[in-house]
Design a protein around this ligand. Structure first.
Ligand code: C6P
Length: 417
């Protein structure tokens, strides 16, 4: 993804036309039109995705890769077709490198438990950053506990930017795995992944990128990022919940042992021992989330038709507008002021708990997230228990930002009484 996009408003997208594709956006909440600003938690779904899932269950529902009957063939075609869409979407060299998982969390756990467990020992280190989501901390902690390896943390500054010199200094021949978020969900920071990956590779480490917050907001090319693994979730990409992707370099995946065992991931099974299926199936045990995969394919078609570059430009324009408004709103502090940011605004209002902010905003139909955003170390670093977070998607408008700031002003005046 690329935030060097345009900073102008009006947007490059016909956002008002696109909004009509999302039925959930048309509703009223507490007598007010819904203003949905919780896109980092999950995005709303376009009708095309809802229809693809409904159509799959209505006509083609069958298990995949198991039957010679017509429905199973149709289901398998749709499933395999979606894998090719994902491959092209992230520019992976081969479909063998695209593994369907339950989400970003499932993908990172797979790498930790398969790759990590097979290579780590006591003297080794895993390096993460100070701005990781719990999904890119806890699997490594579990692995380090199990193997005796050490978890290292690359620090950030008060603007929520990774300290590059410290990152470099933490790399050594002991560093076997570097696991970094592309975009911080709690702060919006976009990390310079290609640069970090190159340095990690020079130290001999393998690099996993948590792409949960980047794939829906700008073009992602796993080859130009030069990463070894890239994880993301369908539901943050306007697709269904319960489906995600792990991209992995083929040579690494080939060498890795399976993690979950069961149907579909085997070539042969006997009581003396089993052999494994080819990639990507070696890592896809059991009946997959077929409808989720079909829906994810439809979401990718939808986004491709709009263009990720245009989405990025639109969201960057919203970020500029929201940041300007925040700077002129008395008593409001943005947490996360990196020079390269995605359209995520985490904030505090003087003297008002973020949960109260969220509740009052909801009373006028504005949906934001409040809490620690599954990034408790980030909250600790900034000395706050929680933040309020507005996160933008392709269908948000300048009017949504007006509604957000009207609601913030209302909240402040209620608390000023
Ligand atoms: N962040 C948020 O509100 P799953 O739950 O597996 O789809 O994604 C986990 C995850 C991993 N990494 C990052 C950077 C994330 O932002 C998330 C999910 C949501 O910010 C829910 S906590």
């Amino acid at each position: 993804m690329n935030s060097a996009a345009h900073n102008q408003y009006p947007p490059a997208l016909d956002v008002y036309a696109l909004r009509a594709d999302f039925p959930a956006l048309a509703q009223q909440i507490n007598g007010h039109p819904l203003v949905y600003l919780d896109n980092s938690a999950t995005t709303q779904k376009p009708q095309a995705v809802i229809d693809a899932v409904a159509d799959f269950y209505s006509r083609d529902n069958a298990n995949v890769h198991r039957g010679v009957h017509r429905l199973s063939q149709r289901a398998s075609d749709r499933f395999d077709g979606a894998r090719e869409k994902v491959r092209a979407f992230i520019n992976a060299p081969s479909c063998a490198e695209v593994i369907f998982t339950q989400g970003t969390t499932g993908a990172i756990n797979l790498v930790a438990q398969s790759y990590g467990r097979s290579i780590l020992n006591k003297a080794d280190e895993v390096l993460v950053s100070a701005m990781e989501h719990h999904a890119n901390i806890v699997p490594w902690q579990l692995l380090c506990e199990e193997t005796g390896a050490t978890l290292k943390v690359a620090p950030m500054n008060n603007n929520a930017e990774l300290l590059l010199e410290d990152f470099t200094n933490l790399l050594s021949e002991k560093t076997r795995i570097v696991a970094l978020t592309h975009v911080s969900n709690a702060l919006g920071t976009i990390n310079p992944i290609q640069k970090l990956t190159r340095q990690a590779h020079q130290a001999g480490a393998v690099v996993l990128i948590d792409g949960a917050q980047s794939v829906a907001h700008g073009p992602v090319d796993v080859q130009s990022l030069e990463c070894d693994f890239f994880a993301f979730s369908g539901h943050k990409l306007y697709g269904p919940t319960g489906i995600g992707v792990l991209y992995g370099r083929e040579a690494l995946l080939e060498a890795m042992p399976p993690w979950l065992g069961g149907g579909d991931m085997i070539r042969t099974v006997s009581f003396e021992g089993s052999t494994w299926n080819a990639l990507p199936y070696k890592f896809e045990a059991g009946t997959p989330h077929i409808a989720g995969v079909v829906g994810l394919g439809a979401a990718i078609d939808y986004l491709d038709a709009i263009g990720l570059q245009a989405i990025s430009a639109h969201e960057q324009a919203l970020l500029v507008l929201a940041t300007q408004r925040a700077h002129s709103q008395p008593g409001m502090r943005i947490i996360g002021n990196a020079s390269d940011k995605a359209a995520i605004v985490s904030f505090e209002l003087d003297g008002i708990h973020p949960h109260d902010v969220g509740t009052i905003l909801d009373s006028v139909g504005v949906a934001i997230r409040t809490g620690h955003h599954c990034a408790m170390p980030v909250m600790e670093f900034f000395g706050v228990p929680a933040t309020a977070r507005a996160s933008f998607g392709l269908y948000n408008t300048a009017e949504d930002i007006n509604a957000l700031f009207d609601a913030i002003t209302k909240t402040q005046s209620l608390f000023a009484r």
